[in-house]
Design a protein around this ligand. Sequence first.
Ligand code: COA
Length: 247
Amino acid sequence: MSHITVDTLDAVRVLRLARPEKKNALTVEMYAALHEALAAAREEAAVRVVVLTGAPGVFTAGNDLGDFLQHPPTGEDSAVFRFLHALVEFPKPVVAAVDGPAIGIGTTLLLHCDLVVATARAKLALPFAKLALVPEAGSSFLLPLFAGYHRAAEWLPLGEPFSGEDAHRAGLVNRLVAPEALDDTALALARALAALPPEAVQLSKRLLRDPLHDATLATIRREAAVFVERLQSAEARQAFQAFFARK
Ligand code: COA
């Protein structure tokens, strides 16, 4: 019951978030399953590219807020940080396909993917400050770098949602497509990458990411120290309880 499905289509490994009843909110168990799936995809030579996606109409509502209360991450050994680490260190290309809400880590994990396909109804959001939290997953470094400081300063502290179209305009999304074309477009890009000489593809990814690597990991570590503390704060607990009491 890890709520992650794993499929192999020729040289492409497709990881799908599958907890639709909770809008694919990510639990400790799901991070552990993603970590395991990335480790397997890394080891298997026949796998050349990974596609990471959700369900039609929902990528993910971000971290499960109940889990944040019951099983908060405490440090680098926690499932969420192990997953992030595996993603940052993943040597093969990752193509993300995003439809509907992509909240919190649903947006920040995209910064570690190599190609991002999204629909116009993709709804990205970084509501960390609203939840009395702080940026995570290296986003305080990578978002201003990729999208420009002022856009990052608007999306991060204000936490207003932004559309797939906004993200495309900001350079965070490679292809903006209709919902019915999402899977095929992501798969076509993955297959195109998988058809290239794999060593050259992995070396190219490494050359692109190397200049960011150390600063990304250092930022994740710095953010995590504050984030883990914030989770215990009275204002964060109040914000999570307000979410569950909203109905
Ligand atoms: N953690 C835990 N449960 C969540 C969740 C989350 N992050 N996001 C959604 N859910 C649950 C809801 O509690 C609800 O459960 P219920 O049916 O048992 O009450 C179910 O998923 C459906 O969510 P709902 O809010 O009814 O769907 P919606 O279509 O109206 O809204 C979202 C979808 C994603 C916009 C909204 O659920 C949301 O804002 N979620 C929180 C996002 C968030 O703050 N994430 C953390 C970022 S750090």
